[in-house]
Design a protein around this ligand. Structure first.
Ligand code: ADP
Ligand code: MG
Length: 321
């Protein structure tokens, strides 16, 4: 094993190939076929060692998250994942590392019926760029600019677990009760299947990568409206509630929960007449969804606490520059 072609052959070539892949692995480009009634959606995300994950992160978690955050972008627009490319930069050929990375990648590809159709392999500081491509029925795409005053605002799952997971790692709390939060940080769950059904009842969604304040803010900017969110309606997990009881004098730190990011839950809007259908869809899938507020004509995002007072969270997500 002494060049990139050996690496690609052994670790980035998988036997299961979708029928809609025309050319993959080995030629200058990959080629796929898109059905006429479908729309192609394309997204990419880069993971750099020391920037997006600590140097000591295990290869399984790196592979998992690098793929999953891209699937979350596809889910945010209602697309079913179909193909990915992988551009990977490695500091050295470490076969034990590559084998563990490859195994997790293979598991995810199988689970979501995705084909790895190509990529690039280079030497340098560890960095992983996944491009994911998916399909959605034409004109059924979920977009950021479709929220309408009177729509209800919903989120999937719990908000802020990853933020608590990160706090517990940074503060070396070593408390097994917080393990669910660390799992959410390292192993987010893109809401792919739910999003595939959601396209029937919603036109507007975003995935929560930078925190609810920033990401809902993107919907409001694009849709030219505002929202009133009720803090007591925002779903918190028992692990994060435990964190505040045990380590923060019982005070819920909303700023951390709503601005730290890495939730990879969906935030979406639903008209009142589609609410019961959306709740039924989530119920059927055993997925928790929560109505957290309403879209308003008045511009601006306001949060109302249990006393009926407004609260502001100015910090708006992680920025690289
Ligand atoms: P080129 O020189 O034409 O850019 P490369 O030498 O970079 O081709 O890659 C050779 C083939 O291997 C291409 O088909 C490319 O898509 C594929 N490939 C390279 N790296 C990866 C990777 N990490 N995962 C999957 N396929 C890869
Ligand atoms: Mg190349």
């Amino acid at each position: 094993m002494n060049n990139e072609f050996d690496i690609i052959k052994k670790y980035f070539t998988f036997p299961d190939i979708r029928d809609d892949v025309l050319i993959s692995g080995g030629d200058d480009c990959a080629s796929v076929s898109v059905p006429e009634n479908k729309q192609l959606l394309i997204t990419t995300d880069t993971f750099i060692s020391g920037v997006h994950f600590p140097l000591e992160t295990c290869p399984e978690d790196i592979a998992y998250k690098a793929v999953m955050v891209n699937l979350s972008d596809l889910a945010a627009m209602g697309a079913s994942p179909a193909w990915i490319t992988l551009a990977i930069t490695l500091p050295e050929i470490d076969e034990a590392w590559l084998s563990r990375f490859s195994k997790t990648l293979a598991d995810l590809l199988k689970r979501f019926n995705i084909t790895l159709i190509g990529g690039d392999t280079t030497k340098g500081v560890l960095s992983i760029t996944v491009q994911a491509m998916g399909l959605c029925d034409r004109d059924k795409v979920l977009r950021r600019d479709q929220a309408k005053p009177g729509d209800k605002v919903y989120v999937t799952g719990h908000i802020g677990d990853a933020a608590i997971g990160l706090l517990s790692i940074l503060n070396k709390l070593d408390d097994s009760n917080l393990q669910p939060c660390i799992s959410r940080l390292n192993r987010p769950e893109a809401r792919v299947v739910f999003a595939e059904g959601l396209v029937l009842y919603s036109t507007c969604a975003i995935d929560l990568s930078d925190g609810l304040v920033a990401d809902l803010g993107h919907i409001l900017d694009a849709s030219n409206c505002g929202a009133e969110i009720l803090l007591p309606s925002i779903p918190l997990s028992s692990a994060s509630s435990y964190y505040f009881e045990r380590y923060n004098d019982g005070i819920t730190d909303w700023a951390t929960l709503l601005t730290q990011g890495d939730d990879y839950e969906l935030c979406f809007t639903v008209s009142k007449q589609n609410e019961s259908a959306v709740n039924e869809l989530a119920d059927k899938q055993g997925l928790k969804i929560s109505c957290i507020g309403e879209i308003t004509e008045r511009i601006g995002l306001s949060f109302v606490n249990s006393n009926g007072d407004k609260e502001n969270f100015s910090q708006t997500g992680f920025k690289h520059f």
